[in-house]
Design a protein around this ligand. Structure first.
Ligand SMILES: [Zn+2]
Length: 209
């Protein structure tokens, strides 16, 4: 089965390559559903093909992924229900807010990301989302994306602060958070703008620190 996957499906000119390509195209905006950030470049076996060769060509076991997430997961297979990372298509982990960010009052300011699920989540769900967050190194990835975003919005926030003060900055950031939340509950962008809008130090000019 591994050979069928490799030679009939995954190779560029394989007869079943269209299945491989269709699965890759299933990712919205071409983004890896595991990290939600980087571009899709491969297919990941949820249950590794080395350990579950019979599932190596099962579409349900194949998800589009970026190279980094694919590499991070490698041949690691879950050992129990608590240990499974999120399946982007069969698990619904986006109806509740679980991704949280805090503003670090440093110069320049920074964001620190963490997992903070609602109190009524079961211990299994908590462990799974924490596992996903750690396995794909999302704290580091999101912190670097957020740092770049802060740099990009610095100028417009300075203009807003000069024109309308802290309230104008806070209102703008709240609107940005709302718009991003409407698109995706647990994106680093939603967590970032929510944290920025709530942080008085940041809105009073901390962004320019
Ligand atoms: Zn990824």
């Amino acid at each position: 089965m591994i050979a069928i996957y490799k030679y009939r499906m995954a190779q560029k000119r394989a007869v079943a390559r269209f299945i491989y390509d269709d699965l890759m195209l299933a990712a919205p905006f071409g983004r890896c559903p595991l990290c939600g950030q980087r571009s899709v470049s491969t297919l990941d076996h949820i249950l590794p093909k080395t350990l579950y060769p019979a599932l190596s060509v099962t579409p349900r076991n194949l998800i589009p992924a970026c190279a980094d997430c694919n590499h991070a997961k490698s041949d690691i297979a879950p050992t129990g229900a608590d240990d499974e990372p999120i399946h982007p298509y069969y698990d619904d982990f986006d109806s509740d807010l679980w991704l949280h960010a805090d503003v670090v009052h440093s110069s320049p300011p920074a964001l620190v990301f963490s997992v903070a699920p609602p109190a009524d989540w079961s211990e299994t769900l908590r462990r799974r989302v924490a596992k996903h967050f750690t396995m794909f190194k999302l704290a580091t990835l999101y912190a670097s994306q957020a740092a770049q975003e802060l740099n990009n919005i610095n100028y417009s926030l300075s203009q807003l602060l000069a024109q309308g003060g802290k309230i104008a900055v806070q209102q703008h950031l709240s609107e940005q958070a709302e718009s991003r939340r409407a698109a995706h509950t647990n994106s680093w962008q939603t967590a970032t703008y929510t944290a920025l809008a709530r942080d008085d130090w940041f809105c009073e000019g901390g962004f320019a620190a």
